[in-house]
Design a protein around this ligand. Structure first.
Ligand code: DUC
Ligand code: ZN
Ligand code: ZN
Length: 464
């Protein structure tokens, strides 16, 4: 078999080991891994001596061009996925918000016509459930057959669902190979606390946090886990940001329930104190960033395996849009950017010694593929998988600056954060798309990837 590209003399990182070997790519796939693989006359050889060779990250949680907070998130499928590529992310899972009255397959088609001509890296979707009336519930199965088996319910926002609907969706998911994800916050408490602070003329970004503090999220996590246990369905908690919820996830997993948790880099690197800063409104997202205890619990969860995924919740809004809420936190569009920063940040934390490189690969790539039914294609440097490959230079030092980012946003909460090590090349299905700060990809080259139906029966992803 001809070798098109050969990554020579690098150290391959898997979710459990690191070893020196060459990686051969034929067409779009990894065709051989071994020591001393000989190139053909036409093979492009990439010298990876002293470098790490990693699977591209899979961002399990993005909101590209999403109508939200009175505007549309500022990265579309082109700028968002270009930014992803520059940070070593080679697949994104974007959220589709179902319209009222819309079938799930129609929602997929509606968004895919927008994503397909724009995407630079591969993409898939999760569906956010708004409406299951009039037999719409039963169209979930058709979406599973189209390769979209993951659904998110919101317990907050005007399109959030009741506990009854949440329970029903969980019950149904078991029979059709779907996985339900949840945005867990207590809606009534958010409403009460928000009104209370506004009435007291407490309107700064700090009161965004104060109206959604730890227990507002923690109680909802506990309730969501309760419904998952009662129905026997697996559950994936998105953007977990608090210790109480972390403890509940840990306990449920210890009892053998298939409960999974995702957290995001903003919860790992910042604390609620950012909301007191003059630029605090730029950090406004929901759930908000919590206190130090929660941050420590989330890192412990990653180390212990109770947090399986780190994803971005990338939902960027321009500075001018964030300023709408300068005098009223309710008017700040919720969301932060991170699509270009997640893998560099997690790998840098590995390089600084907080976690292992294997752990960074596990939570940013391998586990995402396992949980969402993509492990036949993505998520590991393995023969037969697609050649989504990142070359990582451990010695490169980068201080994050928005001017060096590749998305459409005009600011970043990551400005000034120092990283030790950085991805220097990104390859998507055997094609170079990013190298040393320069983008080589093209609009429309990213393809929709269909996921397998999901059957998660235990908390252990290793023994599926
Ligand atoms: N939270 C955010 O901060 N932005 C998008 C959606 C969400 O739930
Ligand atoms: Zn959410
Ligand atoms: Zn989100």
């Amino acid at each position: 078999m001809a070798i098109d590209v050969l990554f020579k003399n690098g150290t391959i990182v898997t979710d459990f080991s690191m070893y020196k070997a060459d990686v051969a790519v034929t067409g779009e796939k990894i065709s051989q891994i071994g020591i001393g693989i000989k190139p053909d006359t036409k093979t492009q050889v990439i010298d990876c001596k002293g470098k790490l060779v990693l699977p591209g990250a899979i961002d399990a949680h993005t909101h590209l061009a999403m109508p939200f907070g009175g505007t549309i998130s500022s990265d579309d499928y082109e700028t968002g996925t270009r930014s992803a590529a520059a940070g070593g992310t080679t697949t994104v899972f974007d959220f589709i918000l179902q319209d009222f009255g819309e079938t799930f397959p129609d929602a997929i088609k509606r968004r895919d016509v927008i994503a397909a001509p724009q995407a630079v890296v591969d993409y898939s979707f999760h569906l956010a459930v708004k409406d299951i009336e009039n037999k719409l519930l039963y169209t979930m199965e058709d979406a599973v057959k189209m390769g979209v088996p993951s659904y998110k319910v919101f317990m907050v926002y005007d399109f959030g669902v009741s506990d009854g609907v949440f329970y029903q969706v969980l019950e149904h998911s078991k029979h059709i190979g779907a996985l339900i994800a949840v945005h867990a916050e207590n809606s009534d408490l958010v409403t009460y606390l928000t009104n209370k602070y506004i009435n007291e003329k407490k309107t700064s970004a700090w009161y965004h946090y104060m109206s959604r503090p730890e227990f507002v999220e923690g109680e909802a996590d506990e309730r969501a886990i309760q419904w998952a246990k009662a129905t026997g369905a697996p559950l994936y908690i998105v953007h977990l940001a608090n210790k109480q919820g972390m403890d509940a996830v840990k306990a449920a997993r210890a009892e053998g329930y298939p409960i999974f948790a995702e957290t995001c880099p903003q919860y790992l690197n910042f604390t609620k104190e950012v909301y007191k800063r003059p630029d605090g409104l730029n950090f406004v997202c929901s759930p908000p960033i919590k206190g130090k205890d929660s941050q420590v619990a989330l890192w412990d969860g990653i180390t212990d395996g109770d947090v399986q995924v780190v994803a971005t919740d990338h939902c960027p809004f321009l500075k001018s849009e964030k300023k709408w809420g300068a005098k009223d936190f309710r008017k700040i569009p919720n969301g932060c950017a991170g699509i270009e920063n997640m893998y560099p940040y997690m790998l840098s934390e590995a390089n600084k010694g907080r976690i292992t490189f294997s752990k960074a690969v596990e939570v940013c790539s391998t586990n995402v593929a396992k949980i969402f039914g993509l492990d036949h294609k993505k998520g590991a440097i393995e023969v037969g998988r697609e050649a989504d490959i990142v070359v990582y230079d451990k010695s490169k030092r980068v201080t994050i600056a928005n001017k060096d980012m590749h998305g459409a946003l005009d600011h970043t909460i990551w400005e000034g954060v120092s990283l030790k090590g950085y991805p220097v090349q990104t390859w998507s299905r055997g094609k170079l798309i990013f190298k040393d700060g320069k983008f080589y990809g093209s609009k429309g080259a990213g393809k929709f990837v269909a996921c397998k139906p999901i059957k998660l029966k235990s908390p252990d992803l290793g023994s599926m």
